[in-house]
Design a protein around this ligand. Structure first.
Ligand code: ADP
Ligand code: 5GP
Length: 224
């Protein structure tokens, strides 16, 4: 049989090890809908995902670690970072500054690391404006307001006043659902987690993120 009828030899790089660019996965929801639950599972079960670590000027709390929970910086250092355009976005919250530093994330994205962001709709808008091609926005909805209330009570982290304030804000937050690429209703937690996983897997497969494809296809079709 003529050699040109044989398939080309298998390329050295297999498709599941192809180089890819990472992505920025944003999870937003009204407080209590379950984004922390979903985020923790993703971080525990997927080695390629890391939490984005913000910089802040607020004092470190007992149990927190610099570089893991936040990068704790002085006001002067934070100002310098703002001046030198080192943040994707930043905001002043309860008298302290918080920002998402660009450098670490940009370096990680290049080598295929995905970053998880637990931010509200305003932060989502800013991040999307700055890094549209890398951002995937997921909004998590509760199945009902009654169930949202049950979850906030069941979590046992907030006083009745704080729960009432969170419930009062919930409707305003929900009204921003249409600024997201995906909306998932967190009724059953397993089903919701699976759906978020599937979104992540599908987004990783986008052609534009699979930076190793050019070499792979070149090799695949070499001598064809
Ligand atoms: P958020 O981070 O959005 O404020 P959490 O992840 O802290 O919400 O979830 C709020 C509470 O609801 C937690 O006690 C969590 O265990 C619980 N919870 C999350 N998802 C579900 C679900 N699908 N069904 C029942 N309880 C849930
Ligand atoms: P805490 O001080 O309790 O950790 O956070 C206070 C608030 O700051 C939370 O609402 C949190 O979402 C917000 N925050 C934390 N990091 C950032 C960030 O990088 N950017 C913005 N805009 N807000 C942040």
């Amino acid at each position: 049989m003529a050699s040109d009828t044989h398939p080309a030899p298998l390329p050295a790089v297999l498709p599941d090890t192809l180089q890819r660019r990472g992505l920025m996965l944003i999870l937003s929801s009204p407080s209590g809908a379950g984004k922390t639950t979903i985020a923790r599972r993703l971080l525990a079960e997927d080695d390629e995902v890391a939490m984005s670590v913000s910089a802040t000027t607020r004092p470190i709390r007992p149990g927190e670690r610099d570089g893991t929970d936040y990068h704790f910086v002085s006001e002067a250092e934070f100002d310098r970072m703002v001046q030198e355009n080192e943040f994707f976005e930043w905001a002043r919250v309860f008298g302290h500054c918080y920002g998402t530093p660009k450098a670490e994330i940009r370096a990680g994205l290049k080598v295929g690391r995905d970053y998880l962001f637990d931010i509200d709709w305003q932060g989502t808008q800013q991040l999307h404006q700055k890094a549209q091609a890398d951002v995937v926005r997921v909004f998590i909805l509760p199945p009902s307001l009654e169930e949202l209330h049950r979850r906030l009570v069941g979590r046992q982290t907030d006083s009745p006043d704080v729960i009432a304030a969170r419930m009062a804000r919930a409707q305003a937050e929900i009204s921003h659902w249409d600024g997201y690429d995906y909306v998932v209703i967190n009724d059953d937690v397993e089903t919701c987690f699976t759906k978020v996983r599937e979104i992540l897997e599908a987004e990783r497969m986008r052609r534009t993120r699979q930076t190793g494809l050019i070499d792979f296809v070149r090799e695949l079709t070499r001598g064809a």
